[in-house]
Design a protein around this ligand. Sequence first.
Ligand code: HEM
Length: 125
Amino acid sequence: MSFYEAVGGEETFVRLVRRFYEGVADDPLLRPMYPEEDLGPAEERLRLFLIQYWGGPRTYGERRGHPRLRMRHFPFRIGAAERDRWLVHMRAAVDDLGLPAELDRQLWEYMVYAAHSMVNVPEEA
Ligand code: HEM
């Protein structure tokens, strides 16, 4: 069974990403970074990416091609502060899923790793 199936499939990722973007919508640091007025399309892209990453349908790739996530984030200034806000909203969203501890740990470990790898400005002194 894929991780995608183990955590409950599409429904789980719908909930995860919806909750995450509710946090972003009210965040004074992150919200202005999103180029579009409507966060819906960004929500869908993140959802489809995560579904594909964890072994679900590969719709993200069909629509967007190779993820190249670091490259796609270069237009945005992501320092430690932005990364940490992103992780605050993601932690709240993961908490809401109420996953078994081992699945929660795996998901969270990836989010922390991925968020750190997206930082593209040097650490503020
Ligand atoms: C796109 C911000 C980390 C996955 C975006 C966009 C912004 C953004 C502003 C453009 C919105 C759009 O799609 O139109 C950030 C910030 C991060 C962060 C501030 C802090 C570290 C991550 C991480 C992941 C991720 C860790 C994956 C686990 C994506 C995906 C897209 C995206 C899949 C859409 C890419 C595409 O164009 O297909 N992000 N992001 N982001 N982000 Fe992030």
